[in-house]
Ligand binder design. Structure first.
Ligand SMILES: [Zn+2]
Length: 66
């Protein structure tokens, strides 16, 4: 099972133990925690729950105090 880190784009090789798994995995490159769901060797879901991916498309990302 290999996934692409949503944070840094690194290809993370999780090995066969993750072919049927649901839960967090840590990117070895940037240490972001990805939430994955796999089944029978296929990736079903991949998310980056700790990253705030929503919001305004521009200019709102660096608000010092919200
Ligand atoms: Zn990463």
């Amino acid at each position: 099972m290999k996934i692409i880190c949503l944070s840094c784009g690194h290809k993370v090789d999780l090995g066969d133990a993750y072919d049927d798994y649901a839960g967090p995995v840590k990117c070895v490159a940037c240490r972001a925690v990805l939430e994955i769901v796999t089944g029978t060797g296929n990736l079903r879901s991949l998310a980056l729950p700790r990253e705030v991916a929503r919001g305004a498309p521009s200019a709102a990302a660096d608000a010092p105090d919200a």
